[in-house]
Design a protein around this ligand. Structure first.
Ligand SMILES: [Zn+2]
Length: 467
């Protein structure tokens, strides 16, 4: 089997890996590039062999893993997209949301005439999203699917977001011998608020492993304690706590922690405003999937993860009205990095008042407004306005959906597996290199870092190691 890293190597977005067994071609994930304009430009590149790809194996719904699938359809792909039920449900809302953003961006570019392309076109449309969604085929966890006579695939719970999976692929190598390769996708950890830890790995020959936190560790202090402390600091002076949060996963974590803190009288029962239509849809999917095994037993027993004081805002009009409301109050809104969405308005309204606080609950990449705040900038530019940062900025750094390098090493140790080679992807260059050294010293397993565009012939690697 040959595998080529077409994205999600030498960086963390645009995950896509091409698998070739003889003439058969498959993809693991087909994600959107995000971040810098140089990175986003890659989204427009036509995939010339799209029509030759028989199937996509989708690890999870995050847009950096699924967000370019409508483009794949546009480029001629007519095969199946295999994924779990929850991944399909989440893709339905995330891909539609993504198409709307691309259509609005194109409209705006045409109005302002800032695009090089005349007229500016969306990356993909709602119709293209509908077409690709028709090709989804839902699979169960831990049930092997025979895709062709040469390849079978099994999805295992990866503990990252609802429905997320790592994949084990069984295939015949050039000599007709059976081999197993595991693609980790994104892997969670044991401290997740709502979700169970990832399933243990099964025996394999090769492991393709993510390395997002290859050189960083999360705080081990429970997020609930930290969040409670920050909320009290803001609410006790009648301030407004604005929590920018990703709609899928993080928002449900935060809502649950706020509910627990309020139920235990550790935080006053103030109004909680959820101003994110996408989060509202994600909450609904979370409720529907409540009994499906990904969520922790103790959470399922509680039955409800939302604070009693919650109100969900739908229309843009209602959203604007919140601007005039006085604290104490908690506003949760997307996006998590303040780089778009309704949260931008809330930060704009609240950042100038020293009574208020902004609680960041996720990773803030360079160049985002969230990162500016985290770095202690005194002025923030939003909607062409320079605003003094008088509100207090807080950061909860223990809510990541990714395991860090200690978590992943522990996961491999617990699984008692001994792959011949670990190929690291989904990480920044330094992080992956750091992680490679630790894997080799701690686990005594050969490791290498995949570069963007690099092709590996797994059958030859095996022969080399044998010699
Ligand atoms: Zn992810």
């Amino acid at each position: 089997m040959k595998i080529s890293f077409l994205g999600g190597a030498g960086g963390v977005t645009g995950s896509k890996t091409l698998l070739e067994i003889g003439k058969e071609k498959y993809l693991v994930d087909y994600g959107l590039y995000q971040g810098s304009s140089k990175s986003r430009e890659k989204n427009w590149k036509r995939f010339h062999i799209a029509s030759q790809v028989s199937a996509v194996f989708l690890t999870h719904a995050h847009i950096d893993h699924s967000g370019l699938l409508p483009r794949l359809w546009k480029d001629g792909f007519r095969g199946k997209v295999y994924c779990t039920r929850e991944t399909f449900k989440l893709c339905e809302i995330l891909l539609v949301d993504s198409a709307k953003i691309h259509e609005e961006d194109a409209k705006y570019a045409n109005k302002k005439q800032y695009s090089r392309h005349k007229p500016a076109l969306p990356l993909y449309t709602l119709e293209e999203v509908e077409e690709i969604l028709k090709r989804f085929e839902v699979v169960n966890f831990e049930k092997e699917i025979k895709v062709s006579k040469n390849i079978s695939i099994t999805f295992y719970w990866s503990g990252h977001i609802l429905g997320s999976s790592f994949l084990r692929i069984r295939y015949k190598d050039e000599n007709g011998q059976e081999k197993k390769v595991v693609f980790s996708g994104d892997i969670g950890h044991k401290r997740n608020v709502l979700l169970n830890p990832p399933a243990l790995l099964c025996e394999m020959d090769y492991l393709i492993l993510e390395s997002t936190y290859g050189d960083k560790l999360h705080a081990r202090i429970p997020a609930k304690e930290v969040l409670g402390m920050y909320l009290n600091a803001i609410l006790k002076r009648s301030g407004v706590a604005v929590i920018p949060s990703f709609s899928v996963g993080r928002t449900q974590d935060v809502l649950f922690l706020v509910k627990e803190l309020m139920d235990e009288n550790k935080v006053p029962k103030v109004p909680v405003i959820l101003d994110s239509p996408l989060s509202k849809k994600a909450n609904k999917i979370f409720n529907e999937c409540f009994t499906k095994g990904c969520v922790k037993d103790e959470i399922m027993e509680k039955g409800d993860i939302y604070p009693t004081t919650i109100s969900e805002v739908e229309s843009a009009e209602e959203s604007k009205n919140i601007a005039n409301a006085d604290g104490p109050m908690i506003i949760i809104s997307a996006s998590g990095m303040i780089d778009g969405g309704r949260v931008v308005h809330h930060v704009k309204n609240r950042v100038v008042d020293r009574k208020n606080g902004i609680i960041l609950v996720g990773y803030q990449p360079k160049g985002t407004k969230g990162r500016f705040l985290l770095d202690g900038e005194k002025m923030l530019r939003l909607h062409k306005q320079e605003l003094p940062v008088n509100a207090t900025i807080f950061y909860v750094n223990s809510l990541s959906a990714h395991g860090d390098y200690l978590d992943l090493i522990e996961w491999i140790k617990d699984s008692k597996v001994d792959p011949k080679l670990i190929i690291l992807n989904h990480g920044e260059e330094n992080g992956s290199k750091h992680f490679k050294m630790l894997i080799e010293s701690q686990l005594e397993i050969n490791a290498t870092v995949a570069e963007y565009g690099e092709e590996f012939n797994l059958d030859n690697i095996y022969i080399k190691n044998k010699l």
